[in-house]
Design a protein around this ligand. Structure first.
Ligand code: 9WN
Length: 442
């Protein structure tokens, strides 16, 4: 498809403009009317290319929600607009560390340092941007410290998540087995708002929501204290995407420390820890596919589910060239919707189309998401697979140009699903379209 790049860029910027609320960008006005953590960081990556002042504000405002123990919550509640679970349900004041502002009590992947470095790299006035980095650096460091201490008592350099929402891949098949072991008891009455706004076939099931709410109940009982939660919660997983993103974010934090003249010894020690344990936990020798997976701390098993999560490690640079080739071969197989498909989008789906569990409509259980395409795109490009990377990039752009800026897409038809006018889709598109000469790496 021949796309008109300038028109597409304008549309993407307009979405970010409409979703801007003066201090932050909402992921989508109707379904997600507050500020989400990794959404804000993806949005800042897009804004770094076109509105750097706003990009800085976006990240700084996200850290207004930071807790005194470093935890950066996955939602800051910014308005009275309806969302469930809302602030009255989370009750962040159960924790002595919570801020005044109302937030959730869980985290999301730390994309923020990656976004902050993007802002600096794109800045036309780097001296001034250093001031922004200086402000944000200690807060990002505190967040990473929380993840590497409170969420990693095993000292593996890998993050333990307590809830599927922390992964950002909410109802992914990656969590099915762990959730199936949990029996829900004493659940409070609650009413979902999401399925009043989006077709319920495109959202997680009620049974999944019961487990999500039950897990939050358990965390509330522990007053959101990670040490206490570790002892009681039945969902404890070393998340491959979260840990990979943290590793990249730590590398970027080192670069930021260099730019502003801060000490980076502690960050380097975290990086070494991750390097030492990444394969030990996430891809032990007995794993025949050599793909990198999540590790379930309750069953003490690698979760060998083939999903797009296993493509994210390409972005870390930790894979050997041989392993990166295996990932690439895997993506080209049934997992890219490509040759032989009824449309022309060789884009990464959340789980392989060939998988019998794949559902083209349902959230993280089949559809295409733009963030899980842009990260492997950077990854395979870094490994030197230029033609494949170019093909993926063109496909992402084509998909959005043809079908609009949705939260996710049906991999069989390209049809947009979930929320419309979705901020990270717009932002990551801006980032891809702004990369300079499209053919520069061919
Ligand atoms: C729960 C905001 C968020 C994203 C997540 C996505 C979805 C929320 C929900 O929306 O999760 O956090 O209500 O389903 O799964 O990745 O950050 O866009």
């Amino acid at each position: 498809m021949k796309i008109e790049k300038d028109k597409l860029l304008l549309k993407a910027r307009k979405i970010l403009e409409n979703n801007w609320r003066g201090t932050h960008t909402v992921p989508s006005p109707d379904l997600y009317p507050h500020q989400w953590s990794w959404d804000s960081a993806f949005t800042a990556i897009g804004l770094a290319n076109c509105n750097r002042k706003r990009a800085e504000k976006e990240l700084l405002s996200m850290f207004e929600g930071q807790w005194k123990n470093g935890l950066l919550p996955h939602i800051i509640f910014r308005s009275k607009d309806s969302y469930f679970p809302g602030p009255e349900y989370w009750q962040n004041d159960l924790s002595p560390f919570a801020p005044e502002i109302k937030t959730s009590g869980i985290v999301q992947p730390p994309v923020h340092a990656i976004a902050a470095l993007c802002i600096y790299n794109q800045s036309l006035d780097r001296e001034r941007t250093k001031g922004f980095l200086k402000k944000l650096f200690p807060q990002m460091l505190e967040f990473h410290r929380y993840l590497l201490i409170e969420r990693d008592p095993e000292k593996t350099g890998l993050v333990t998540i307590f809830h599927p929402w922390e992964s950002g891949f909410d109802n992914s098949i990656r969590w099915d087995e762990a959730l199936s072991r949990i029996s829900v008891q004493g659940l409070p009455e609650y009413g979902r708002v999401d399925i009043k706004k989006v077709d319920k076939n495109q959202r997680p099931s009620n049974a999944a929501y019961d487990k999500y709410i039950y897990l939050v109940e358990l965390m509330k009982k522990s007053k959101y204290d990670a040490e206490a939660i570790y002892k009681t919660i039945p969902f404890k997983i070393k998340d491959v995407v979260f840990s990979s993103i943290l590793y990249i974010a730590n590398k970027n934090l080192i670069e930021i420390a260099r730019i502003i003249g801060e000490n980076d010894d502690e960050i380097r020690s975290w990086i070494e820890r991750t390097k030492k344990n990444y394969f030990k936990y996430l891809c032990p020798k007995k794993v025949k596919t050599r793909l990198v997976y999540d590790y379930d701390l309750v069953s003490n098993q690698v979760i060998q589910k083939r999903t797009s999560a296993s493509l994210i490690p390409t972005y870390t640079g930790l894979l050997s060239q041989e392993q990166a080739e295996a990932v690439l071969a895997w993506t080209k197989h049934a997992h890219f919707c490509s040759e032989g498909c009824i449309h022309d989008h060789p884009v990464v789906t959340s789980i392989p189309l060939s998988d019998e569990e794949s559902n083209p409509l349902n959230y993280w259980r089949g559809p295409i998401w733009i963030n899980i395409n842009s990260m492997p795109y950077q990854g395979i490009k870094n490994y030197g697979f230029y033609p494949e990377a170019k093909k993926l990039k063109d496909a992402i752009i084509d998909l959005v140009a043809e079908h609009g800026f949705h939260e996710y897409y049906n991999p069989l038809s390209g049809e947009g699903l979930g929320a419309n006018n979705f901020s990270w889709t717009a932002a990551l598109l801006i980032d891809l379209l702004s990369e300079g000469d499209d053919d520069s790496f061919i």
